[in-house]
Design a protein around this ligand. Structure first.
Ligand code: DAH
Length: 334
């Protein structure tokens, strides 16, 4: 058989053998049979040198073409076999019955927060959010809190180092300002979030805890709206026997300001008649002026309360630190 006549049958045979190789090892053996140092195709290449000067160029071209095709066929077979090798030996049977794992639960603070949010949603409030790393302006100045107010004391506030004068927000009230800066009234928001104070951890204090802030601004908003709203929410959360008491207090961003005390059979169980539960009041006209609202047109109220406090009352928990220790024996109870 002439040299040129051998090329095509050999190529066809090789491709067929490649495609019949059932795994990577046998494919490699076939490769050696054809393309190895003493392989059949290599032998053909070697014969090139026996051709005449005239025959060589055309024959060389054909042989090289065939070699290229062989290599391509080899590579494509190899990738198929590699893919097969990567597949699991025993494929998963998804129809088998599953093993049961307990699903886990939401953290009690998350559950309480969700419940509070749900109550306020019924009244048309929406959730707003703001940064935990705040500046003096939003945490204090814009809330009408003067520079000599004890809340601004370095003993109470975590200040970040560096020239930016940032701090960890001590309350969620800063978000009132951020929302009013961006949005024209009417406003009806609640803000659940984490706050920070330089308290040492004991049974009732922790350097970080959670608050819910509320802000309602519209025309002709009155204190009775505030009382009605707070009463509705606490009854939903902690039962119909709940009693509330509003005591005069001072906050720089509300006038008048009040603290809300709370009483219920749950509180009695904790050995107390009343528990202080929230701060609130009518938004101070100066705060409205600072954010560019006309205090002659708009009125509003605000409140803030601690989420841990409410969770502790609800579940009869006496040590706040339990919320942060992530002990499954504790968490599994909720
Ligand atoms: N920011 C206060 C605190 O951390 C709570 C508070 C009081 C929030 C009165 C208010 C408010 O919005 O009007 O103790």
């Amino acid at each position: 058989m002439s040299f040129l006549d051998q090329i095509e049958p050999l190529q066809q045979q090789a491709v067929q053998d490649f495609n019949q190789a059932s795994d990577l090892t046998s494919l490699d053996q076939v490769r050696i049979q054809y393309l190895g140092a003493s392989g059949k195709f290599t032998a053909l290449l070697k014969q090139l040198s026996t051709l005449t000067k005239e025959e060589k160029p055309a024959a060389g071209k054909l042989v090289n073409l065939a070699k290229g095709e062989l290599e391509a066929a080899l590579a494509s077979r190899r990738s198929v076999l590699e893919l097969q090798a990567a597949l699991p030996k025993n494929p998963t049977d998804f129809t088998l019955p599953g093993r049961r794992h307990s699903l886990g639960k939401l953290h009690p603070l998350t559950q309480v927060t969700d419940d509070i949010v749900r109550c306020f949603r019924k009244l048309g409030f929406v959730v707003a959010d703001g940064p935990e790393i705040e500046d003096d302006y939003h945490c204090f100045d814009a809330l009408n809190t003067p520079a000599d107010h004890p809340a601004r004391d370095a003993q109470d506030t975590f200040h970040l180092t560096g020239p930016s004068k940032h701090l960890l927000r001590t309350h969620t009230s800063s978000v009132q300002i951020r929302v009013m800066e961006k949005q024209a009234p009417p406003i009806r928001i609640i803000v659940p979030g984490r706050v920070y104070r330089r308290d040492n951890a004991d049974a009732t204090h922790n350097p970080t805890f959670h608050q819910i802030e509320g802000l309602y601004v519209d025309k002709n908003v009155t204190m009775s709206d505030l009382k009605g709203t707070v009463e509705f929410v606490f009854k939903q959360l902690l039962g119909d026997e709940v009693k509330l008491r509003f005591r005069p207090h001072y906050f720089s961003y509300t006038e008048p300001s009040m603290e809300i005390d709370f009483s219920s059979p749950l509180v009695k169980k904790m050995g107390k008649d009343w528990l202080e539960i929230a701060g609130c009041g009518m938004v101070h006209p100066q705060v409205f002026k600072t954010v560019g609202y006309d205090p002659e047109v708009w009125s509003g109220w605000a409140f803030g309360f601690g989420i841990e406090r409410i969770a502790m009352i609800r579940y009869g928990i006496t040590d706040i630190r339990l919320f942060y220790q992530n002990d499954v024996r504790f968490l599994a109870q909720f």
